[in-house]
Design a binder for this molecule. Structure first.
Ligand code: UTP
Length: 296
């Protein structure tokens, strides 16, 4: 199908991260490290892999360190060069987005995810774009690609709007946005309905919305209404439900594993899984882990 390329991704990073306090009192939760890099860096790598060229961060007060992370660190690089620590230096340079490939805009008050995405409207303009929730980080499954790349594949095939989904036990659905499943197309399906945090036992399926989206720019007209939804926040799901009245939505069943680093247990699990997936760290870490597990 003839589709426009997905060139831009929005990273909403203005939330308060209250579930992981006190760590997030002075450190943005997106800058907490999983193995040896900030959670947000993992997400930027996933976006790059999916062909994203422009990275748009919706930040808030006390998040300036995020901007510094995606800039050169002149003194550090100079010192590494003088000390001939070239592997470390090359690693830093390889991680940097190209000059001009990042934009930072502020959400002045944390009014909700929908509001945060709306704050990126001028930078996105009139083209389809990706949204990456940076507290969710993903490891590839058998296909070898991460979640956003798989969403882009579904978008290329069907166009419209695409949401990454994954299955959870039915008793957990009330905590999430849930989609209703229509016609199947391999790893994707048509979405027939969506609901944010349905009451227990009332979810239309056990496929939850899991933190990666491809959206058409008409979503901004709906987000502009600023209507508050669940939890008194401006919810992205509410505008997606409205947009689904005029445009198609597809769910992409992610082949891989997602970790919610916005919760303490999810953050710890992510560190274990990502360390075990790193060939340079895995042998020593596995031995350490075995020692700990042996004491349980
Ligand atoms: P969360 O609800 O998980 O983030 O939003 P939070 O509000 O920081 O978390 P807790 O519950 O207090 O611990 C998902 C993503 O949307 C961003 C968050 O930064 C997070 O990456 N977000 C959320 C915003 O940018 N602005 C908001 O108003 C709300």
């Amino acid at each position: 199908m003839q589709t426009k390329p997905i060139r831009k991704a929005v990273f909403p990073v203005a939330g308060l991260g209250t579930r992981v306090l006190p760590a997030t009192k002075t450190i943005p939760k997106e800058m907490l490290t999983v193995v040896d890099r900030p959670v947000l860096q993992h997400c930027v790598e996933e976006a790059r892999e999916a062909g994203i060229e422009h990275f748009i961060f919706v930040t808030g007060r006390n998040k300036a360190v995020i901007e510094d992370h995606f800039d050169i660190a002149y003194e550090l690089e100079d010192t590494l060069r003088k000390r001939k620590k070239l592997t470390e230096l090359e690693g830093l340079i390889a991680d940097l987005p190209a000059p001009g490939a990042t934009s930072f805009t502020r959400q002045q008050s944390p009014l909700g995810l929908g509001h945060a995405v709306w704050c990126a409207r001028e930078v996105i303009g009139d083209e389809p774009f990706a949204v990456i929730l940076p507290d969710m980080i993903t490891l590839p499954g058998a296909m070898g690609t991460r979640c956003l790349q798989q969403c882009v594949e579904t978008y290329r095939e069907h166009g419209g709007n695409v949401i990454a989904v994954e299955e959870v036990p039915p008793e957990d659905t009330h905590q999430y946005g849930v989609v209703a499943k229509g016609e199947e197309f391999g790893a994707s399906f048509a979405i027939n309905g969506m609901v944010e945090k349905p009451p227990k036992g009332a979810a239309p399926s056990n496929f939850i919305i899991s933190g990666r989206y491809i959206l058409e720019p008409q979503i901004f007209d709906l987000l502009a209404n600023g209507k508050k939804g669940a939890g008194g926040e401006i919810q992205l799901t509410d505008s997606m439900i409205e947009l689904a009245g005029t445009q198609k939505f597809f769910g992409r069943i992610f082949d891989g594993k997602t970790y919610d680093t916005g919760s303490k247990v999810g953050f710890l699990a992510a560190n274990v899984a990502f360390a075990l997936a790193r060939p340079d760290i895995e042998p020593a870490f596995r031995a350490e882990l075995k020692r700990i597990v042996g004491t349980l």
